[in-house]
Structures are given as structure tokens and as C-alpha cells.
Design a protein around this ligand. Sequence first.
Ligand code: ZN
Ligand code: ZN
Length: 409
Amino acid sequence: MDKNLLRKYAEIIIKTGVNIQKNQLLVITAPVENYEIVEMISEIAYKEGARDVITNWNDERLDRVRYLHAPDDIFDEVPEWRKMFYLENVRKDAAYLRLSGSDPDILNGVEQDKIIRSSKAFGEALKEYRERLMANKNVWCVASAPTKAWAMKMFPGLSEDEAKEKLWEAIFKANRIDREDPIVAIEQHKANLKKSIDFLNGHGLKKLTYKNSLGTDLVIDLSENHVWLGGSDFMENGIEFMANLPTEEVFTLPKKDGVNGIVYSSKPFVYNGTLIEDFNITFKDGKVVKYDARQGKEALKSLVELDEGSCYLGEVALVPYESPISQMNILFYNTLFDENASCHLALGEAYPICIKGGENMTKEELEKEGVNSSIAHEDFMVGTKDLSIIGIDKDDNEVVIFEKGNFAY
Ligand code: ZN
Ligand code: ZN
């Protein structure tokens, strides 16, 4: 891979992604395979003033071995030291960077029950950590680097080196690192997203109706105080960061009990290491009442039944069918990229920041505003080239938002 581009990418992760501040801790969660870029990122972070860089290495093959061979009751436990690792740093206002790169088939054959219990145990033990990140009380960024199994899943038939090289090219392209001046390109892109956000917020929408030829026919109510967001994120003190690199979406939250109809998936969705394909979900008063999948129905079931909130929606996001990632026309088997190629919805936790003043509301106040809460937040793709989305504004006028898969305005 082009070392020059790699360096530019690492700099954008530190300066634009987490926007590291002087004396701030940086926690990097990354696969052990990503050693090279983590080293580069750490060096840049220190040069930019990071107090310390703490690396939280993971290895999904070891996770698989553990799921297959460890005693069953270990999956209900979270050791105290691990909990403290997250809580101590989050309370010290650490910045969080995660490099996402995973073999979508890694947990094939692992009992779903173990995975569910483990994510529940972690979800509960790390509640404070999770809530602080969801409310932008700590900066966080998810970026990506190739791993062998992931690259070879995306580009079967190529050698390991060739597949990784191709995946690097795709990552650079998706993040506009291949442009003459990536920083300028990202700034321009943020300004475009801002235009969409201003349009949507300006209309004070009450409802969105989704229709396409797959059979999607879904009505999503929006809370009165919802806000559309996208591009950059802001902490309360005004520090700007980008939670996802890349990001193409504008998003808000649906009203928890205001989702009705059926929605069909437009791309495969990987949940906890299992591929779920060609599925549909029916909602009544916000709740999932029926679902089916050609492949991975069990995994979908485990998500829907994970907790009280995982059968409600927590995000509605708009991405034009002509977005650069969508134009690449490759399936990444990775939500970070695939969600930026398609309009999507998420089952589970909603972002409190999508409600005016939401970051400082209590759990009860958020509930009143129709904000869903769950230990899950899983995006799934619903956008197609014939998707239409019609909004109803505060004066009951129709506003055409999406036509033939793209923004209509
Ligand atoms: Zn999203
Ligand atoms: Zn999401």
C-alpha cells in the first residue's frame, strides 16, 4: 500500500477523527493484525500532544477459540479489571479510536446463546462507558484497516497481499484520501452534508414514508424535538470530531412507538460474526412483530430478543444511492462502509444527541421524547435505487425527500 496515503489517512484519523487534544489520553482498540497502522497513529497522536496512547488489542480468532472451548458460564462474567479499564479511562475524558476489520464468518458455528450472554454481560458492565460515548461526552471515532480474512472475503480468488492492497485502495477512496488534498475534500463533503441537515431540520418533519419495489412500505414518526445530524460531531464544549470515517449519512431518531409497516433489507448484514441476508422486518407501534430471513434468521432473532429495546428502532439515516461508496459497488461486509452506501435503520439504542438538549436529559426524560434504549445498536441497510421517501411537515404538507434512491432537492 502507498505509505504516503497511509500516513495521510493516519493523520486524518488523529486530527479530524478523534481531534486529539493536548494532554488527552487516547485508547485504541484494534486487531493485532493492524500493528503497522496503530504504530503510525500512536506516533502522530503523541506528536499532536496526546498524554498517553493505550492499546486495547483484540484478536477475533482467539475470541472464536474461547467461544468454542471455554467453560459455558464464563460468558456471563466481566472481570473487574476489564470493567475498570473502560471506566477509568472514560472518566478521564479519554478519546476512543476503534479500528474495525473483521472476518464476517468468524463466529459461524458458535452457539448464538453464548454470544448474546457475553454481549449482555459487557453491555451492562460497561453501561456508563457506552452512555458517555453515545452522548458525545467523550470523543470517539471508528475507522478501519484491512485484516487478512476480511480482505479475502471481499476479494476472493486474490492472494492475501493482493486482496489487502485492493481493500486499502477502497478504504482510501471511501475516505477521499486519494484526492489531491484530502483535508479540503473532507471539508467540502462536510459542507454538503450540512446543506441536507439544514433542509431536513428546516421542515420540522413529523413523518417519513418509505416505499420501494422490494416491498418496503414503512411509516416512521419523528419526535417533535428531533434533530438531524451528520458529518461532524460536537462535544458540549464545542470540540469537533468525526465519529465515523468514512461518513456519508444524515441521521436522526424515530419515535420509539411510531414505526409501522414492513421494511426489506437491501444488503447483507453481519451481526456478531454471522451473515444475515435477504430479510424483512414488520413493525407495529414501533415494535418488531414479525421478521424473516433467507439466511441467518437465528442471528436476527438473537438481536431482536437481546433486550427490551432491541426490538425497536433507534436510528433513521439517509444516504444517497449515488454516494461514492455506493458507486464503488462492492460489498464490504462491514457496517462502517456498507451503512454509508445505503439508507439504513438501526435496531436498538438511539443517540440522545438526536433530541434537542438530549445529551443532558435523564433516562426518563429521554423515554418521554421517544428515545429508545438498548445495549444493542445495529445498522441494517434498506436503501435501493428506486427508494422513495416522502415526508410530512409540521403544516401537513408533503415534502419529497428521496426520489429514485437519491435526495430529491
Ligand atoms: Zn448510521
Ligand atoms: Zn447506526
